[in-house]
Design a protein around this ligand. Structure first.
Ligand code: FES
Length: 58
């Protein structure tokens, strides 16, 4: 997985940003959205963000 890959183009949020947010204790989609700003603009990336949260939460 490329941690530098952008997941949310509106917010400029990368895979690595999502991973860091989960590791910081944000283990739900809503928490990660609030922490990173991902999926808080057009919302088009929400499925991708949710999938990454699931993966990183394990
Ligand atoms: S691409 Fe993530 S909110 Fe638009």
């Amino acid at each position: 997985m490329d941690l530098n890959e952008t997941v949310c183009f509106c917010g400029g949020v990368t895979v690595g940003d999502i991973k860091a947010a989960v590791e910081a204790g944000n283990t739900t989609l809503e928490a990660v959205k609030a922490a990173t700003g991902a999926s808080t603009h057009c919302g088009g990336c929400e499925d991708k963000v949710a999938e990454l949260v699931r993966q990183f939460v394990g």
